[in-house]
Write a new protein. Structure first.
Length: 256
């Protein structure tokens, strides 16, 4: 039996719209609407840039473009992972009462966080424009980077969602791990400052996911290693997700 039938595809489109409506309902009757997302993250990046730029003694013209690209995409990655990991439990009242494919619930969360990413991308453009950083032809690497990163994030987070549905402690573990990964992933610091300990960044899988998204904005092409690791992670995440879905397709209802 197929783990995703043709009839399920229509649900995905419906739940994608619900992801959009989540954003609309969150900012309904506010003056600035979704601009609040950009403003809050913009102030956060400004504060981090000034403080850590001074600590690391880096020129702000170099540090701000570096941190804004890494931080915005990290927000997308981390928020998607954390929200998708708890999605099946969060929407348990829906899946218990409506015949819905579990992937539809995950699609809703992924679409919602991707829309938030789209609201944050203008922050990157404003910072790059202010500091005179203009991406060249290397910007074409952004689309394949987004595609590969989306596959890894969706399938990886989806697998965590099924595991968290079975073992609820895993959701708390995921939250703790994501917090640690923020510190050991070159988001607010550059691998160059590690010198002999640069392997900390090299052997961190998320480093390569972030770099295939960051480098095109900085006018550079992601390295072959970045793409090799990212593609490998995406394939692995997809395989684990399919296995998790086969095992949990009808059992997860009893777990949540």
């Amino acid at each position: 039996m197929a783990i995703i039938a043709k009839s399920d595809l229509a649900q995905f489109g419906y739940w994608s719209k619900l992801g959009y409506l989540d954003i609309v309902s969150r900012y309904r009757r506010t003056v600035l609407g979704p601009l609040w997302i950009s403003m809050v993250n913009g102030f956060t990046i400004f504060a981090i840039g000034v403080v850590y730029g001074s600590l690391f003694r880096l020129p702000l013209a170099e540090y701000f473009p570096f941190i804004v690209t890494g931080y915005i995409f990290w927000l997308w990655i981390s928020s998607t992972v954390l929200e998708m990991s708890s999605a099946l439990v969060t929407y348990r009242f829906i899946v218990h009462n409506i015949p819905v494919h579990p992937v539809s619930v995950l699609v809703r969360v992924f679409v919602r966080n991707t829309i938030v990413l789209m609201h944050n991308v203008p922050i990157i453009l404003v910072v790059l424009l202010y500091f005179g950083v203009f991406p060249g032809w290397e910007i074409i690497w952004l689309m394949p980077g987004l595609f590969v990163a989306s596959i890894f994030i969706f399938f990886g987070s989806g697998s965590i969602a099924f595991i968290s549905a079975r073992f609820h402690d895993f959701q708390l573990l995921t939250t703790a791990v994501v917090g640690v990964l923020f510190l050991v992933t070159p988001i607010i610091w550059s691998p160059d400052i590690l010198v002999e300990r640069a392997y900390i960044a090299t052997f961190n899988p998320l480093t390569h996911i972030v770099e295939i998204l960051r480098q095109p904005f900085l006018g550079a092409s992601p390295s072959e290693l970045n793409y090799a690791v990212s593609l490998g992670l995406s394939v692995l995440a997809a395989a684990v997700f399919v296995l998790s879905l086969r095992i949990s397709r009808y059992r997860y209802l009893f777990w949540i």
